[in-house]
Design a protein around this ligand. Structure first.
Ligand code: HEM
Length: 422
């Protein structure tokens, strides 16, 4: 029986929704393939799945029609106010994304890449004598959080607290599709702790800047504190803190999961691993980075992003799959599926590094395209590159070598062999 035959055989709405939710988690790619071929816009009693590339782009391009309204109740309590990703075409989003883009200078990227590589190498060197490294704790979480301290200027009280804040908030905002109230509560608590810590840090930083005039800090938080904007823009201290908190929320578990899943995909393909290792040692970083994003296509960090339909809307109008999406519907834009749409990603099942848009939809699209895509675009590949530069790096045999989620939404452990005699 196919997925759709099993689905059609059920009569209860709850059972249907539970079945589809389960398949999105456990059978992501074969389920999406069947939908792309047979029911590309799939309306269920709980949500509508949009699976083909042009339709996913259509959803993500129409923020007034397909809004991020549902994010607000999860994000606002964490940063005690609005956040750019919980608001669509509003003054808050317009202004704050612009300010944040300005302080995340593209000119910083070579240094950010170098720092990511240095931090990764320090951790790899520490693990080398044991011949193994847990990629999650040694690289995936470690490098982004260290960079959050060095580059964003938000080091946190200690690494463990930063991991907890990052994990709790990401979990509720993007992976709590079941609306578990405990998950939400942990995220709100993490947000309160984080904002209180950041308030203290802002005062310390301001005092330190007063003392050391002439040599201002170049980190992102420091730049925000030094930015002087007219009061009518409303970008006060609280807005600074909300956006600095957003840097950790955006950068922590996302980059960790990407680093883990990219490495797993590359190391599990011996031919790709050999070519990627050669590119890692070569002069063309952009050429190497193509391996990273193509690897992530085979296991992206999220199968979808969700939106709320604000008004009745005909999606894919004028095509045989045209479907009326009613106001109030929850829409899943299945980015993982779109990146296998043969019309846009020909030869989708083959690992190819010559795709015209190497980063695909990993960083979203449209109004809410990832603010950190340039930072993540150098940090993630550089960590992976430093690993592949170590000769003999390989997967351990299962179960040790499997990515272990420990029943949760994020990789918690992934040990790889670091050595020369695997
Ligand atoms: C590999 C790492 C990352 C991935 C895969 C990723 C992915 C994404 C995606 C898919 C979205 C769009 C969500 C949606 O449309 O609903 C997004 C938005 C966002 N990301 Fe990232 N991200 C990563 C790293 C980062 C980093 C390093 C930062 C911080 C510097 C960051 C900050 C943000 C912010 C603030 C938004 C909201 C932008 C807006 O509303 O306009 N992300 N990210």
């Amino acid at each position: 029986m196919t997925y759709l035959e099993k689905y059609d055989a059920l009569s209860g709405d709850r059972e249907k929704v539970a079945l589809v939710s389960g398949w999105i988690r456990t059978d992501t790619f074969p389920f999406f393939r069947e939908l792309r071929e047979r029911r590309p816009i799939f309306v269920t009693p709980g949500f509508t799945l949009v699976t083909r590339f042009p339709d996913v782009m259509e959803v993500l391009s129409h923020e007034k029609m397909f809004s991020v309204r549902l994010y607000a109740s999860r994000m606002d309590p964490v940063v005690d106010g609005p956040f750019m990703l919980s608001r669509d075409d509003t003054p808050v989003n317009w202004r704050e994304k612009g300010i944040m883009q300005a302080v995340l200078r593209p000119e910083d990227l070579p240094d950010v890449r170098e720092a990511a590589g240095r931090i990764a190498d320090e951790s790899l060197d520490r693990s080398a004598p044991s011949g193994r490294i847990d990629v999650v704790s040694g690289l995936g979480r470690y490098v982004p959080i260290r960079l959050c301290g060095e580059y964003f200027g938000f080091p946190g009280p200690d690494l463990e607290t930063m991991y907890r804040w990052s994990r709790a908030t990401q979990f509720d905002m993007f992976k709590n599709l079941q609306n578990d109230p405990v998950v939400h509560e942990e995220s709100v608590c993490a947000g309160k702790e984080m904002m209180s810590y950041l308030r203290g840090l802002l005062e310390d930083k301001r005092a330190a800047m007063e003392r050391s005039k002439g040599d201002p800090p170049q980190d992102v938080f420091g730049r925000l504190i030094r930015t002087s904007l007219p009061a009518e823009l409303g970008f006060d201290d609280h807005r600074i803190l909300a956006n600095v908190a957003g840097l950790l929320i955006g950068a922590g578990e996302t980059a960790s999961q990407a680093i883990v899943q990219v490495l797993e995909q590359i190391l599990s393909r011996p031919d790709v691993r050999a070519r990627a290792a050669e590119a890692a040692a070569g002069p063309d970083l952009a050429e190497f980075d193509r391996y990273v994003w193509e690897a992530l296509r085979f296991n992206p960090i999220n199968p979808l992003v969700f939106r709320y339909c604000e008004q009745d809307y005909e999606l894919a109008a004028g095509t045989p799959r045209a479907t009326l999406i009613p106001a109030g519907a929850i829409v899943f834009a299945c980015t993982a599926s779109a990146m296998f749409d043969e019309h846009r990603f020909p030869d989708g099942n083959r690992f190819r590094t010559d795709r015209p848009e190497p980063t695909g939809l990993h960083f979203g699209f449209g109004h809410h395209a990832c603010l950190g895509r340039q930072v993540a675009g150098v940090m993630v590949p550089e960590v992976v590159r430093r690993v592949l530069l170590r000769p003999g790096t390989s997967l351990l045999s299962p179960p040790d070598g499997n990515v272990d989620f420990q029943g949760g939404p994020f990789p918690e452990r992934f040990t790889i062999f670091l050595g020369t005699d695997a």
